[in-house]
Design a binder for this molecule. Structure first.
Ligand SMILES: Cc1cc2nc3c(=O)[nH]c(=O)nc-3n(C[C@H](O)[C@H](O)[C@H](O)COP(=O)(O)OP(=O)(O)OC[C@H]3O[C@@H](n4cnc5c(N)ncnc54)[C@H](O)[C@@H]3O)c2cc1C
Ligand code: SF4
Length: 562
């Protein structure tokens, strides 16, 4: 693809996941010619594995060490014998950290659709409580946009993606354009009602990107359960068979798979991005593709790695980094930092070894440090919980023969919750290029410095206490609470903030349209631009912001500003 006429496009998009998929859809449907440069291989019908029984697998999904040999990091989250070939080989694509700052960079997909192949699908809106948090509590910076700016894009994205959920009327967790919610179990219903009555906190069916009504040729979910193995009916949102497929259908998209973007190509005289230099992962050849504009959507850490690897005479510390902020303020949600589990022996469900298996759970909306409410003396911001309740066979029953069988069929009904907490942006959580290490393609790798601080540790402790309080309020028995004070960053799989948005080009890399302040035709549309993490899962916001930024780019192109 090095013939200049055949590889000249209007826009080059890097990444086919949540953000890149939307960029391809929005721009090709507006008539632009787009090249999609993606490190992943193409998605095929062989990637639908959700109905394969474990006994049909070579190792029955019982030999995790086989996977760990090549994917010791990836196998920490969502990567098992069913799908390990979707993930990068950690040995071929390493990263480094200081010895005393472990970071688990999981969820590095190498398949069209990126992380949306395996994501948990919890889809939540942010509100002005998050966008304007700095004005309220004095920490960090406000986002350069408000809820009203993004609201129409949340509507648009939710209606296309299909988010099942229940309207609750909470100003800090705005309702969306929901499909009907998935049902709650008896224990979850009791938990929801009692927690509201006794504590005033909202337990709601998880707002999830699984269809409960068919749309756009995608069927409603049939509750088979393991979405992280694919979905032949396209019932959960995966950009491979939604946004990217729509973009391909326009015939305006050229998909370049197995293409590891290395650098943004620049025209130094005009200070414009002119394309992408990538390595073909199969042949290991260097290739170039050109565009009038470039959008990075390779997942925050990967996009910033590309920018840092694109340093040149004009931008010696990384492309579009005149502020010096690029790579700093890395954030990741505190993943299940604390919580509780309890039993509900009075509420047994009917047991059935063949499901149905609801692919979602419950969500508990943030209840700390809300406007008009008390402020915690121990920490800023807050957290929500994910959880679920279910009845199971008592596999750990004791005894032999008949007694054991009876014991197994005596259902145990449990409900557990784990907190997802906000992580504050700190300058000293940052990434840089490791000058001594390259990956299998010869591309210098990231050196990641990240720790959680006092605020995150105080939140973790509070997650444990509030988890216990909810179980007590709900009348659970045998309550066990937990806290993980040394939770490793990265496990939240919500890394954001490394090219943050802001109005001041001296303190931020991107403007409110995720356009770099320094280079007008260069955009970064994944979570890199987040000014704070909030405590809500980020992907719905990543997608809504990406569509908004694409509309801005289209407008700028129309007026010949880009
Ligand atoms: C197990 C798991 C559970 C999750 N659960 C949730 C959840 O419940 N809710 C939620 O909101 N979020 C969740 N997430 C996070 C969510 O998946 C991500 O926020 C979202 O997919 C990020 O979108 P993205 O476009 O930035 O990156 P991705 O979706 O990861 O897409 C990045 C794409 O870029 C490509 N790429 C990477 N590097 C390069 C390169 N150098 N050159 C070319 N292409 C490249 C990859 O192949 C990939 O296709 C989860 C993630 C995982 C792994
Ligand atoms: S549970 Fe639903 S969305 Fe998930 S794989 Fe099965 S049918 Fe698809």
């Amino acid at each position: 693809m090095n013939d200049k006429t055949s590889n000249q496009f209007d826009v080059v998009v890097v990444g086919s996941g949540a953000s890149g998929g939307w960029a391809c859809k929005r721009l090709t449907e507006a008539g632009l010619k787009v090249a999609l440069v993606d490190a992943g291989r193409t998605h095929t019908t062989k990637d639908y594995r959700e109905h394969i029984p474990p006994f049909a697998l070579k190792y029955r999904n019982l030999a995790p060490e086989i996977i760990r040999k090549t994917r010791p990091i990836q196998s920490l989250a969502g990567c098992d014998e069913y799908n390990y070939d979707w993930f990068c080989n950690d040995l071929e694509e390493p990263y480094t950290t200081p010895k005393d700052k472990p970071f688990s960079w999981v969820g590095r997909l190498r398949l069209t659709g990126g992380r949306t192949n395996v994501w948990g699908r919890v889809s939540l809106r942010l509100s002005d409580l998050e966008f304007k948090a700095a004005s309220s509590d004095g920490y960090g910076e406000d986002w350069p946009l408000s809820y009203k700016d993004i609201e129409p894009y949340y509507d648009l994205v939710e209606e296309y993606v299909g988010v099942a959920g229940l309207a609750e009327g909470l100003p800090h967790l705005p309702d969306g354009k929901f499909q009907p919610p998935m049902g709650l179990s008896c224990a979850e219903t009791k938990f929801r009602n009692r927690v509201k009555e006794n504590l005033g906190w909202t337990v709601t069916p998880a707002r999830t990107a699984n269809l409960t009504r068919p749309i756009n040729g995608r069927a409603a979910c049939h509750y088979c359960g393991p979405c992280e193995r694919g979905c032949v009916t396209h019932s959960y949102f995966n950009s491979a068979y939604t946004t990217v497929a729509d973009a391909l259908a326009t015939k305006n998209l050229t998909h370049i798979p197995n293409a590891m973007a290395f650098q943004v190509l620049m025209d130094m005289n005009s200070n414009r991005a002119r394309g992408i230099l990538y390595i073909d992962r199969v042949t290991r050849e260097q290739k170039e593709v050109y565009g009038r504009a470039v959008i990075l959507g390779a997942q925050s850490l990967e996009s910033v790695r590309i920018l840092l690897n694109s340093a040149n005479r004009s931008y010696p510390d990384g492309l579009a980094n005149s502020s010096g902020v690029l790579g700093h303020y890395l954030m990741d949600h505190i993943f299940v930092g604390g919580g509780a589990i309890g039993e509900f022996p009075d509420l047994p469900d009917k047991l059935n070894i063949n499901g149905p298996n609801r692919p979602s759970g419950i969500y508990i909306a943030r209840f700390q440090n809300l406007p008009g409410g008390p402020r915690s003396k121990k920490f800023l911001r807050g957290y929500g919980y994910e959880g679920s309740g279910s009845s199971n066979f008592s596999w750990s029953a004791t005894g032999f023969g008949e007694a054991f069988k009876r014991g197994v069929f005596d259902p145990s009904t449990t409900l557990g919750v784990g907190g997802f907490g906000e992580c504050l942006p700190r300058w000293d959580n940052y990434v840089q290029i490791d000058p001594d290490v390259v990956d299998a393609y010869g591309i210098p790798v990231l050196h990641i410095h990240m720790t959680y601080g006092e605020n995150e540790r105080a939140i973790i402790n509070d997650m444990r206490q509030s988890g216990e309080a909810m179980m007590e309020a709900a009348g659970a028995k045998n309550i066990k609470s937990f806290a993980v004070p040394d939770r490793e960053p990265g496990r939240g799989i919500h890394e954001v903030g490394v090219a943050r948005m802001g109005n001041n080009p001296k303190k931020s890399v991107l403007n409110q349209f995720q356009q770099t302040h320094d280079i007008k035709n260069l955009f970064v549309c994944d979570g890199s631009g987040f000014t704070s993490t909030a405590c809500q899962n980020p992907t719905l916001t990543i997608m809504a912001l990406c569509v908004r930024s694409c509309d801005h780019l289209l407008d700028e192109m129309k007026h010949a500003n880009v």
